[in-house]
Design a protein around this ligand. Structure first.
Ligand SMILES: [Zn+2]
Length: 214
């Protein structure tokens, strides 16, 4: 085994359920990235991944699965911390010179933008994010991260440093065979509006947040 040093350290995923469709350069205000588009072979779902630097299986690499949040990512909503998390992650990857963000287009944890606005209307009347979904008869979290893990693997990664507070995402990456060498917590300075939302994420959804800052 003279080439053992360059053997992949993860077992290849058999019969991956995603395929890469296109790859291009994407200069951003945080730095130059590459952008790749993937499609699911088992659903209509599409994924985008922004990455930077050489992707290889050995080097522990910053990764994040970011779930689309139109209100936070695009409109700068202060009801949640999604936009700040996305931008902080881009800065972290830019600084490190290497990393990848899988952008999962499952708005509102999979319920879709229209239901999310319905849920916001209930929150206007005092419900928290979990109660609002339950009142609308929607699951609290419909997301499936298996394909996000497959995309990271397809990019050429194995040892990952995951930027996430969500234990479900960490578990999904491990289940898909990626090796988590570190969990990088992300706590952005979120607006006061988001405080209740973050408390619900911590207390009802098991997110690993400190929430001890003012
Ligand atoms: Zn959000």
């Amino acid at each position: 085994m003279e080439n053992s040093a360059i053997q992949p350290c993860c077992d290849p995923i058999e019969n991956p359920s995603v395929e890469r469709v296109a790859l291009a350069n994407l200069p951003t205000e945080w730095g130059d990235f590459q952008i790749a588009g993937y499609r699911s072979l088992i659903s209509k779902e599409e994924y985008v991944v922004l990455f930077k630097g050489e992707m290889n299986r050995e080097t522990p690499t910053l990764v994040r699965i970011h779930s689309q949040c139109l209100t936070g990512d695009v409109f700068g909503s202060t009801k949640c911390d999604c936009g700040e998390q996305l931008h902080t992650t881009l800065q972290m990857i830019q600084q490190e010179g290497r990393g990848a963000i899988v952008y999962q287009q499952q708005e509102g944890r999979g319920i879709g933008i229209l239901n999310k606005i319905r849920a916001y209307a209930l929150q206007d009347q005092g419900a928290d994010t979990v109660e609002a979904n339950e009142r609308l008869g929607l699951a609290v979290d419909l997301r499936d991260y298996q394909q996000c893990a497959e995309i990271l693997f397809d990019l050429g990664l194995c040892n990952v440093k995951v930027i996430s507070n969500n234990p479900l995402k960490l578990q999904a990456l491990e289940d898909a065979g990626l090796k988590i060498v570190e969990r990088v917590s992300i706590e952005v300075d979120s607006a006061e509006d988001a405080a209740g939302y973050l408390r619900t994420k911590k207390e009802k959804m098991g997110h690993l947040l400190e929430l001890n800052r003012n």
